[in-house]
Design a protein around this ligand. Structure first.
Ligand code: SF4
Length: 532
């Protein structure tokens, strides 16, 4: 197993009571209360008990919600049970009818049919790992795993478990010397068998443990067939890794556009003289119908993340509806703004609840203070940026527009007043109005890297650096110890840009090439993406 690239750090899963440890040459015995993995300590080290736990964890991940919905549509075959809009539209249901069907299906179809559907599906998908008899017995046995002891398996964009990834992972956990330890962690004591865990220098073992740590939270998963890689993205933090179980080759071009910059408007009245989009208050908004078509195409391309930009996205009259359209298709919805009055909008609360992240463009301490006020406004209505119910806030800066002193003071302020707010640093783009405007403060030395290293190490500020800044400073970043795997960013290779105002696809938002005109009738944009 090999990690090909990382964006930001790994997510931590502090609420989980289970852990998977590598035993090295140590041997320990399995023990549990039958198939109950709940309050009492349990240890699973032999193949059979690990298999039982993994099958139960699979049932808890997928079928709790999956089977009742599926039963509703049994006669017409499988349908995405998590996409309520799809079910409602296809069966011409009201939302009330849909909700009733969700809970009523089990009663209507009965427990036995539920079990049969589960078992048929699992035999079909997991026959290489679990025998038919083992699956049927485990389903009938009704084992129990406490929610804290479940491994949250990565999900496809339609909300179902990614079986291909799970099978590869299960196979390693079952066949290698890993043990699953779980049970009550409320007393704060270590699991009694934790002392048998061993360190390993084996890269594959270390990678497996890192990936397990990563998938401890809600994670989306897309399989990139051409490279034999899985792309995993945590929905709460945006952290992303690309991992392969079989291929050691470096991936230089993805077959799926992982991230799309989606321009929804050319309108902006802030009048920045360096605006590389050349946006003005006369700029036009993209037509909402075109935006919906673009989102559908991206969903069909299996894009995981859409970063909305402009112009100023908050001037678009349909911003909230656009965010909802993205979320309905289980993609991550992010946007960048310089609107420091966001909290005065009537839809502020809904925007915070719908978007996954909001990046605020700031180029001074006073602008960062404005974001701090927006955060206060969010907390005042019970929403905490970065929590499960509220968008993560980011501060986005172009260091080349700031003096060393201003940059340093900005980071000090973020550290002092805005605990846990990540920072994204962008390179200055000599494009649009930016081609003529020459910033006075372009960094001449690499001191800024020392500055971010200090705040990252001492104050735990999380930094992201865009591909433009990376391309200018890659040598210095690596010399100063930044993980080269974190410096992926070739535009057009893993991401691209869709301008919904003109309906053109480009390699990046600052590409000087003419771009590819879409008709809006394309099913996806894979063909266009492949040309970059
Ligand atoms: S840089 Fe951003 S905020 Fe400034 S004019 Fe351009 S779109 Fe507006």
């Amino acid at each position: 197993m090999k990690i090909k690239s990382i964006r930001y750090g790994f997510a931590n899963n502090s609420s989980s009571a289970h852990s998977i440890v590598f035993l090295g040459n140590n041997k320990i015995k399995s023990h549990s209360e039958g198939s109950d993995y709940g309050w009492d300590y349990f240890t699973l080290a032999d193949k059979e008990s690990k298999k039982k736990y993994l099958l139960l964890t699979l049932l808890r991940n997928d079928f709790v919600d999956f089977v009742p919905h599926t039963a509703l549509t049994e006669k017409s075959g499988w349908i995405n049970p998590f996409n309520s809009e799809e079910v409602i539209e296809k069966y011409n249901l009201t939302r009330d009818e849909f909700e009733k069907s969700k809970y009523g299906a089990r009663a209507e179809y009965g427990e036995e049919i539920m079990k049969k559907i589960q078992s048929n599906y699992l035999v079909e998908e997991y026959k290489d790992i679990f025998s038919k008899e083992f699956i049927e017995n485990t389903i009938n046995e009704k084992g129990y795993i406490d929610h804290q002891s479940i491994i949250y398996l990565p999900k496809n964009l339609n909300g179902t478990v990614n079986n291909k990834f799970s099978k590869e992972l299960f196979s390693i956990l079952i066949n290698e010397n890993f043990a699953i330890l779980g049970g009550n962690d409320n007393g704060g004591d270590n699991h009694p068998d934790a002392e048998y865990s061993a360190l390993s220098k084996d890269k594959s073992v270390m990678t497996t443990l890192k990936v397990l740590d990563f998938i401890g939270s809600n994670v989306l998963c897309v399989y990139d067939e051409e490279n034999d890689d899985f792309v995993l993205q945590a929905t709460n933090s945006g952290n992303k890794i690309r991992v392969s179980f079989n291929s050691d080759l470096k991936t230089t071009k993805s077959s799926i556009p992982e991230l799309i910059d989606l321009k929804i408007t050319d309108n902006c009245s802030y009048g920045c003289t360096f605006c590389y989009q050349s946006s003005t208050k006369e700029g036009k908004h993209a037509n909402f119908e075109n935006i919906k078509k673009a989102i559908l195409m991206l969903s069909n391309s299996r894009t995981m993340e859409i970063a909305i930009g402009g112009g100023e996205p908050t001037t678009h009259p349909d911003l909230l509806a656009i965010l909802k359209e993205i979320k309905t298709r289980n993609m991550l919805a992010c946007f960048t703004t310089k609107n420091f009055k966001l909290h005065e909008r009537p839809d502020f609360e809904e925007i915070l609840k719908t978007a996954n992240s909001i990046a605020f463009s700031c180029n001074s301490v006073s602008e960062i203070q404005n974001v701090d006020e927006i955060m206060d406004a969010a907390r005042n209505i019970g929403l905490y940026p970065g929590s499960r119910d509220c968008a993560q806030f980011y501060i986005q800066m172009i260091p080349e527009l700031m003096s060393d002193k201003m940059f340093s003071e900005s980071l000090e302020f973020i550290n002092r007043e805005m605990y846990d707010t990540p920072v994204t640093l962008l390179g200055y783009k000599d494009f649009g109005f930016g081609e003529k405007y020459k910033p006075k403060n372009r960094f001449k030395t690499s001191e800024w890297i020392d500055n971010i290293k200090y705040h990252s190490k001492e104050n735990n500020i999380k930094f992201g650096i865009d591909s433009v800044l990376v391309s200018k400073w890659e040598k210095e970043l690596i010399e100063k110890g930044v993980d080269p795997m974190a410096l992926v960013g070739n535009e057009g290779k893993f991401s691209c840009y869709l301008d919904a105002v003109t309906m053109k696809v480009h390699k990046s938002s600052f590409s000087k090439e003419p771009g590819i005109q879409l008709t809006g009738e394309e099913k996806d944009i894979k063909k266009e993406f492949a040309t970059f």
